[in-house]
Design a protein around this ligand. Structure first.
Ligand code: SF4
Ligand code: SF4
Length: 431
């Protein structure tokens, strides 16, 4: 029998399991909050529960089927597919039919089921599996698939026939004339009366839009719990930078257009698409930058773009478009803020260790953990990529020769990639 090996306690499966449990709790909370709301005989809570079931089933079954067809591309990744399915369902706009776009988007059952299934299928096949063949994922699969499947409706969302009926952010936002912004928000999310009602809707429970963001409070509490448990493996800096930039941008927009600063701020921060995306989509490791500095720039860019899209394109779920645009900058941001390689051996704190009898390997998920534990500040994942491309100049630029074979990078990798082996071979290749 082979000897058990010691690795960091965190594996990709475990990371996905924690994320799945967090998202499932969020789905249950929203489902319960939305259960009493009905439209044409369908409870909104039941609609959400069914969309979750459909999206997860489609994703898991397709992931398994594709893993049989593409055997050489690694094993099936059931937990990752299940997480993807839940994200698809929780980012699919559902709602009570008072929203002006209800005639345009398939927001209610049973149409919503077909679209959620289509987004899940397109996302797994095109943006998870086929995009994965490119060596890295360039855009968030759930966001890109949603935009692709809903393209026929985007025209109406971005250019609605009756613009005057939409919330207009290029104006003072307030609780009365001239824009009646708060009343419009409330007509979409609940029942208006006072500023406290608006705050309650946006922060505690709203009944329209992304189910994942129905309760901003639930998203924040659950998101923070996930960040604390998985802190070395999750890109929480993106969320922090995104939220901070959204605050700054909201204040700038209030300076430009006037109105109630707190109301504009609450709207941009706690809109279902913004708050859910900030905690559960913007941090997707595969499509975001590796370095801390790159992650902060990514989050800030996402905040700026989101507010601009929401203000000037009248696309209130604009964070999803902003996310896809920012994803495309990740290959550049990967190189921003790389630590300077050090000849001296630095002390690095490693996560808790566990013994593993069987070692299951996956493709790199770009969590960046290997870059944090190298005692010489090397970037093992970038060295591996350069080595596989036979790029000796890049290997020299990354100071691969400084690797002393300590194995810290292999120890922490949740995908269990033997990075030590790659870096030592890379070192030998440039001697
Ligand atoms: S094996 Fe090499 S690249 Fe990996 S952590 Fe140790 S010194 Fe750094
Ligand atoms: S190779 Fe590095 S970035 Fe990729 S999964 Fe492993 S630790 Fe994360």
């Amino acid at each position: 029998m082979s000897k058990a090996k010691e690795y960091s306690w965190m594996t990709k499966d475990r990371l996905m399991l924690y994320t799945f449990v967090t998202l499932a709790i969020l789905a249950i909370i929203t489902s319960a909050l939305w259960w009493p709301i009905t439209y044409k005989g369908w409870s909104l809570g039941l609609t959400l529960a069914l969309t979750c079931l459909i999206a997860v089933s489609v994703a898991v079954v397709l992931d398994y089927a594709l893993s049989l067809v593409m055997k050489d591309r690694g094993p099936s990744n059931t937990m990752s597919a299940a997480v993807f399915g839940l994200i698809v369902a929780l980012s699919y706009s559902l709602g009570i039919p008072v929203m002006k776009t209800v005639d345009v988007l398939p927001l209610v059952a049973p149409d919503a089921f077909t679209y959620v299934a289509a987004i899940s299928a397109v996302g797994v096949v095109l943006f998870k599996k086929i995009q994965g063949l490119l060596g890295r994922k360039y855009v968030n699969p759930a966001a890109a698939a949603k935009i692709l499947v809903l393209i026929p409706f985007l025209y109406e969302v971005l250019l609605p026939k009756d613009h005057s009926a939409m919330i207009n952010l290029k104006a003072p936002v307030g609780y009365g004339a001239p824009t009646y912004f708060a009343e419009t928000v409330q007509s979409c999310y609940g029942n208006p009366e006072s500023p406290a009602d608006v705050f309650w809707s946006l922060f505690m429970v709203k009944y329209h839009g992304w189910p994942g963001g129905a309760s901003s409070l639930a998203v924040i509490v659950l998101g923070l719990c996930l960040f604390i448990i998985t802190r070395k493996y999750i890109k929480w800096r993106i969320t922090a930078a995104y939220l901070a930039t959204t605050v700054i941008m909201s204040l700038i927009m209030t300076g430009v257009y006037g109105g109630d600063a707190a109301l504009r701020l609450m709207f941009h921060l706690f809109l279902g698409s913004s708050i859910f995306l900030a905690f559960f989509m913007a941090t997707d490791p595969a499509t975001t930058p590796l370095t801390h500095c790159g992650q902060c720039i990514f989050g800030a860019g996402l905040g700026v773009l989101t507010v601009l899209v929401q203000t000037y394109m009248n696309f209130l779920g604009g964070s999803i478009l902003a996310l896809v645009i920012m994803n495309l900058t990740s290959p550049i941001l990967d190189k921003v803020g790389l630590k300077k390689p050090a000849e001296a051996k630095l002390e690095k704190k490693l996560p808790k260790a566990r013994s593993f009898e069987k070692v299951k390997t996956y493709q790199c998920m770009r969590c960046g953990a290997c870059m944090e534990v190298c005692p010489h500040n090397l970037s093992p994942i970038l060295i591996k990529e350069a080595f596989e491309k036979g790029n000796s100049d890049a290997l020299r630029g990354l100071s691969a020769a400084l690797c002393d074979g300590c194995g810290n990078c292999t120890f922490v990798c949740p995908s269990r990639i033997d990075l030590r082996n790659f870096t030592l071979r890379a070192k030998a290749s440039i001697r």
